[in-house]
Structure formats: structure tokens, C-alpha cells
Ligand binder design. Sequence first.
Ligand SMILES: Cc1ncc(COP(=O)(O)O)c(C=O)c1O
Length: 378
Amino acid sequence: MPQTEFFPFESERYQSDFEGRHGTDLSGSGGRPLRLVDLEDLKPGTIARLSEEGWGYPPVPGTEALRAGIAVQYPGASPENVLVTVGAAEANLIATTGLVAPGDRIAAMVPHYLQIHGIARNLGATVDEIPLRPDRGWALDLDVLDRAVGEKTKLIAICSPNNPTGRVLDTAERAAVIAAADRVGAWILSDEVYTGLERDAGAETASLWGDYDKVVAVGSLSKALGLPGARIGWLVAPRAALQLAWRRHEYAVISAGSFDMAVAEVAFDPAVRPALVARARGFLASGFDKVAALVARHPNRLSVTEPQATSLCFIGLGAGVGGADFARRLREERDTLVMPGSVFGGQDFDTDGFVRITHAVAEDRLERGLAAIEALLN
Ligand SMILES: Cc1ncc(COP(=O)(O)O)c(C=O)c1O
């Protein structure tokens, strides 16, 4: 029977509707974007080289140089394991449509960006949710994980570092996810776009790639590498699974843009990538303290778990306050845009008691946004 109901992608829909229309915007997730001149500083000659680039059709799976640059980040991967996509958004779409069929089940953590959930539901699959526990610092509920993954589960959707909570799966949680997938032969679709935005300046979050043979890892230029507008993402997958995604990539977009891939090659230069990650991490250094200070002034109203990674804070608003209504009033009364928590909740896990903000914006913007939140609270 054809599937008739269409589930929109609520978080992107919210941004489409309201982004760019408010004086103070704390709704983004991409950090502070780079300019071409910043890349020129890091790799002199970039502008001259890009000016000479012919804008022909690029290789459909991505240029050899870019696929090789990406593969280096994933131990054991070769360029043949890499498909360059139009953002991680396309990677999530073509991986999910390649691996999930109508009538299948997927297990997916919530709260989450919910792209994979929506795609699976629109395909006619059923989503079993695995909650992150707010009372345990957004740890994964391992008992529910075990119950959520059954014989019909084709795919487990993971997002670590997590949007919207900033939580990174710990060693036991990673092992539990892999054990659950292995028990039923399911794929793990690991959305790792926030890798590199760890707040403790230590090593980058290890990919799930290489820990289990049925992993598709998804990455992007959008977050730690500061180039969301380049619209370059990728997936790293075993070759057979990569082919499933590649065939769908041909239908959807043929290939990513040639200019964007040339920019991405610069970002993956071994001398440039570490500098981009250091730059992005620099923006994470002090903003959260301001958010924590706001929460500390209203201990009976607000709560927040310090994110381990990302610039994102998922702020609890306390009993009886709805995040959708709070976000609407911030827009209408304070000209301030935040993300309502409800767009990150699932079918069973109500996250309307939260709002998501970024703390990695310019200091004056963050202060204006936090002042607006405080004024509305008061
Ligand atoms: C978890 C997650 N996955 C994927 C994406 C899409 O990333 P891209 O801009 O690379 O398409 C986002 C964007 O915010 C995200 O938060």
C-alpha cells in the first residue's frame, strides 16, 4: 500500500521559516563560517588556484584527492570507501534509503536531529526510539536499547557528538550499540558531523567506523571545519553499502559541486585541517560559562547539562513551560531566535520542555540572546 502521510523535517522547517528574520539568532549549529581569504591565509595560493579551476562536472563520487583526504581520517578506509555528498544531509538521505525498506524497523536515539527518523518513517519503516536520559546527563538508556533492537531492525541511527545535547557516547555505550547491532545483523548509521568540536581540547571523537563491519559513518565540512555553505559532506562505508548510496546519489544530485570540492580539498590539506579544528574549538571556549551563569541565577526554572562537544546547549525550562511557546514568545516579543526542543523529540520522547541554543556566536550576540531569555523568564 502506498504511504500517504509525509512527515516534514521539523528542525530544518523551523529554520527555513524563521532564520534571517530576527535581530538575535542563537538557533544555528554551524559555528562561525570561514571566508575564502581565511583559507588563503592558511594555504597561500588558494585563491589563485580556485580562480583557475574550470567548472566542469566533477567525478560523481568526489575527486580522488578529496576522497583520499577524507579516507585518511578513518583508520583502515581507502578512497573507495568514501562517497562525497551534498552535505551530510544528502549522505543521511541516500544511506537511509539504501539500507531501509518499507516495513523494516530502525532504532534511533532521541533527542536527535531527526533527519534519519523522518526519512525512515517516510519510507514506510517503523522507528523504535532509544532515549538519552536527561536525569543521567543524557546517557543512552541501555535497557531500552536492548529492547528497541529486534530481528526486524535494519539500522541503528546514532548521533555522537549529539545534536542537540552535546553528549558523546562513552566506551560502554559504544560497545552496547555495536553488540545490539551485531546481535541482529543491523547496520549502524553513525552521524558524526560534530566530530572535532570536543570542548576539552583532547582527541577528536573516534568514529564508529572500524569497530564493526556494518557501519556507515557520516561527516561534513559544516561544523568543525567551518564551511557549512560549501555543502560538502560524505559517507564512509563498506564498498557494497557505498554502491547502494552511490546509485541514489546519481538520481538525487549526480555529484556535489566542483568549486565546493576544490574548497574541501584545501580544508583537508594536512596543514589546514588541524588549524580549522583549532579555530572552531576556540569559539567554544567561553560561551558556555555565560549560559551556565544564566542557569545558576534561575536554579528552580532552568537546567542544562554541560555539553562535552558542540556549541549546542539543550536548556530545560522547568515544569509547565513549553519550549515551542517559549521560543515563539522570544521571537515575537524579544526578536530572538532559538530552537524549540520539540523539533528534536521523537514520537515517544517529549522534548517540548527544552530549547536549544548555540553559545559559539559573537559575545555580544550571545549576551543579547541570554538577556532576552532572562527577560522573558522574569
Ligand atoms: C546531526 C546533524 N547531521 C547532519 C546535519 C546536516 O549537515 P550538513 O550541513 O553537512 O548537510 C546537521 C546539521 O545541522 C546535523 O546537526
